[in-house]
Design a protein around this ligand. Structure first.
Ligand SMILES: NC(=O)c1ccc[n+]([C@@H]2O[C@H](COP(=O)([O-])OP(=O)(O)OC[C@H]3O[C@@H](n4cnc5c(N)ncnc54)[C@H](OP(=O)(O)O)[C@@H]3O)[C@@H](O)[C@H]2O)c1
Length: 238
């Protein structure tokens, strides 16, 4: 029995990943995790609850995986939240320590805690994939526009952790693949306020994005571990 897992199954891309994995026929079980356990999951998916801000909930979720996932997609993330006064900054003046701390908690620390509890338990004798959704704007080498200070920095830090975890796992799990992925611009709540300047052909539906991402992870080999990949499989600079 082979299982996959999606953390962030209630989000735009996460929900589509669960649907794509369940429909693929490749997985006998898809663990689908969200803050609010979901009632409307497709056949073959099983809900679990976790909150990135609550490490014990992540540890409990991982302990409950039976079987452990051969493929894990971390599809959580935070860019803006008017209710918490979080919005991408256009200038230094707009930086808020509180908002920045919340972005790092969601985009960097939360995925690191999932990795902490899950990676050491993964099988060592076969190919396993742990992929986190990052963002091209987290690439330091690709940064030409600036702005979005906290989001960019939190994703750049996430990319560093992916590189670090790949190095650490190489010794114990030589067949493991740890990767950061850029999904392209995807029509979801996260991108909704920022879609006006995006050409229609460059704005992917969540279902299309999930298809792209699952194709990319299917093609990765252990030699790719620690890398950062775009939706079309192209390697991105750190
Ligand atoms: N959409 C794009 O254009 C785009 C572009 C580049 C990168 N990305 C990345 O892709 C990923 C998915 O984005 P999306 O577009 O699907 O966004 P989304 O629809 O806003 O989904 C984000 C998910 O993260 C979850 N989340 C946030 N904080 C959490 C916490 N403390 N504990 C548990 N879950 C939490 C949300 O859960 P709730 O449902 O409970 O709020 C939601 O399910 C993100 O990492 C994002 O940075 C997206």
């Amino acid at each position: 029995m082979r299982a996959a897992a999606v953390f962030g199954a209630g989000g735009g891309i996460g929900r589509a990943l669960v649907a794509g994995l369940a429909a693929s026929g490749d997985w006998s079980l898809v663990h689908a995790g969200a803050r609010q356990p979901q009632a409307d999951l497709p056949a073959g998916a099983r809900a679990f609850a976790f909150d990135l801000a609550d490490e014990a909930s992540i540890a409990d979720a991982v302990a409950g995986f039976d079987p452990l996932p051969d493929l894990t997609m971390v599809a959580t993330g935070l860019l803006h939240d008017p209710a918490r006064d979080i919005a991408p900054e256009r200038s230094l003046r707009a930086i808020s320590g509180g908002a920045m701390a919340q972005l790092f908690a969601a985009n960097t620390i939360g995925p690191a805690l999932i990795a902490k509890h899950l990676l050491p338990r993964l099988p060592r004798d076969r190919r396993v994939v742990f992929a986190v959704l990052s963002a091209r704007v987290g690439s330091i080498g690709d940064n030409r526009l600036g702005g979005w200070h906290a989001y960019r920095a939190s994703k750049a830090a996430l990319n560093m952790l992916v590189a670090n975890f790949a190095i650490e796992l190489r010794r114990t799990h030589p067949l493991a693949i740890i990767a950061a992925l850029h999904p392209g611009t995807v029509a979801s709540a996260l991108s909704a306020p920022f879609q006006s300047g995006v050409a229609p052909q460059q704005l992917f539906t969540p279902a299309a994005a999930a298809g792209h991402l699952l194709r990319v992870v299917a093609g990765l080999t252990p030699a790719d571990s620690g890398g950062f990949f775009a939706w079309d499989g192209a390697r991105l600079p750190w």
